[in-house]
Design a protein. Structure first.
Length: 218
């Protein structure tokens, strides 16, 4: 029986780590995150879209650590704001802005807007140290609420209202959110074929080379 595959979730965001770990818990994988390693250089998320940023984070982490890595890039796309904050969702509001601060800024920009349609988009990239990657993506339609509601989730969850559920993401349990969210749906696609993904990872991840210790005969 082969040992579990170790996959690094390329983030220190505890909310993302919890969601992804929960969805992959039934598979033969050992989940780690950047929090399990020392400081490594930050990836500059300057891609033109979510797919480019997700690949940059996953491939960089895989190369630096020598382990398969999973990264997602996701964000909120708001029609009334011409697609903002988009790929800059995590940096919306400037350096040092909190989740609450970003939500407050968004609601201020949306004050009086009649069109409150928005969507969360997510792209997941699974990369190996040699550079190859698999991509999964999904989208969740919703609306920007008039005010924050709910204590769960993270990011823009308190102001993202999901009409079919009649709740904001922050009012949902993790299980409820995972069934309908952009990240949950993208991970669902990954989950459904994860056995094949594990085979792909084993095929494209080189075995570590065994080297003699100093003083030993080669």
């Amino acid at each position: 029986m082969q040992p579990p595959v170790c996959i690094v979730i390329a983030t220190r965001n505890s909310g993302k780590i919890s969601e992804i770990s929960d969805l992959l818990k039934d598979h033969p994988v050992q989940i780690k995150s950047l929090a399990d390693f020392g400081q490594i250089p930050e990836v500059v998320e300057d891609g033109a879209d979510f797919e480019e940023n997700a690949y940059k984070k996953a491939s960089f982490t895989a190369r630096v650590l020598g382990l398969p890595a999973l990264a997602d890039d996701s964000g909120l796309v708001v029609d009334a704001l011409d697609g903002r904050p988009g790929v800059r969702s995590a940096r919306y509001g400037g350096d040092g802005a909190t989740d609450a601060g970003r939500c407050k800024k968004l609601l201020a920009e949306m004050a009086g807007a009649k069109d409150r349609h928005a969507a969360f988009e997510c792209v997941i990239s699974v990369a190996v140290p040699t550079g190859q990657a698999l991509t999964y993506e999904a989208r969740c339609e919703g609306q920007i609420a008039e005010r924050p509601s709910g204590d769960g989730g993270f990011g823009y969850d308190p102001v993202f209202f999901h009409p079919p559920s009649k709740k904001t993401f922050a009012q949902m349990t993790m299980a409820e959110k995972s069934r309908v969210s952009h990240r949950g749906r993208a991970l669902g696609e990954l989950h459904d074929e994860f056995d094949k993904v594990i085979q792909w990872i084993r095929m494209h991840t080189p075995e570590p080379e065994s080297l003699p210790c100093a003083g030993e005969q080669a």
